[in-house]
Design a protein around this ligand. Sequence first.
Ligand SMILES: [Cu+2]
Length: 414
Amino acid sequence: MKLVKDKVAKLSFVALLMAVTAAMLYTPTASAHGEKSQAAFMRMRTIHWFDLNWSKDTVPVNETMTVSGKFHVFAGWPETVDKPESAFLNIGTPGPVFIRAGSWIGGKLVPRSVSLELGETYEFKVLLKARRPGDWHVHTMMNVEGGGPIIGPGKWTTITGSMKSFTDPITTLTGDTVDLETYNLENTYFWHTLWFGIGLAWMVYWGSKPMFIPRLIAVDAGKGDSLISSTDKTVGMAFAIGTIAIVAMSMASTNAKYPVTTPLQAGLLRGMIPLELPAQTINVKVEDATYRVPGRAMQMTLVVTNNGDEPVRLAEFNTAGVRFLDPKVWEDETNYPDDMLAAEGLTVSDNSPLAPGEKRTISVTASDAAWEVYRLADLIYDPDSRFAGLLFFANEAGVRQMVTVDAPLIPSFI
Ligand SMILES: [Cu+2]
């Protein structure tokens, strides 16, 4: 009976082990990377990305492309997310399919984290070099300490060619040229194998002796001292001395080979220069805003006052990277990602030019499947159902003015 029990136990253990291994090896292809599952308020009330441009749709390995545009750091930043006092401009891709050759905010090189001011708008550019062939969704992204990665709009980009031909040459401060892609790779393999081997040998030596229960019984019987033989002591000593000797010797030889080393540079860059926008002459007050669930449409009543000296019309409502346009006023010519562009998604009750000095109450509807597809409508289930976004007004010449809106959103289920 005992034998059968043992067998069952062993078999179930093997089965469990196989299941765990299978789960570890099973990696289904991901078709998205969760940008839609990021809370709607995070995407709507933190960083507003606009005027984005992905310079290429297809790029061969080793060639570069840029992602550029502007982002507005929202003044009504949610209380539950840390302020972007330490933020890092990033690009969201599935793994290192590109390398980031450089990134700039307001024309300033930003290889490190930066401090951003709420309510300001910044211009940015990221230079990418293609590494791994495939179709990749390339997102703008801002990593905010205490806030997490805040993802912006993504566009499908194709990398062609072969990864084998990828090189990443750099010239060090001492004048050597090295290829970072393969630099000292043998050394990495050598050290990993060596330490893994030493660790394994240590485990095999002690694991081959009677373990756990026999040792417990021996200790309980007061014979604990007899468990460690003089050979054990010698072996333990050899491992200790050997390890220290390997570390000391390799450190000495490394120091001799590379006399000049500098640490990885970290620290915070302050004083980012925001974009200088012309003084705001259009004033918008949100009277009310509702989201109609069955119609996938948001309706706002806005009181717009034009304090400028030129007539303007409402061209666009942009929230979480989804752009709703009034086609009579504005057409997108930037090849913006299709799924986030509602080219005819904005309906305005009266969008005739608003004359200087005029004040008008308008009803604006932003409708598109993107509310559901991008799960922005989930907002209505938040304890603080607020929406936010950017309104763009355009004059006759096509010069735009950006106005932020931020108001409670009331859902309607009928
Ligand atoms: Cu994506």
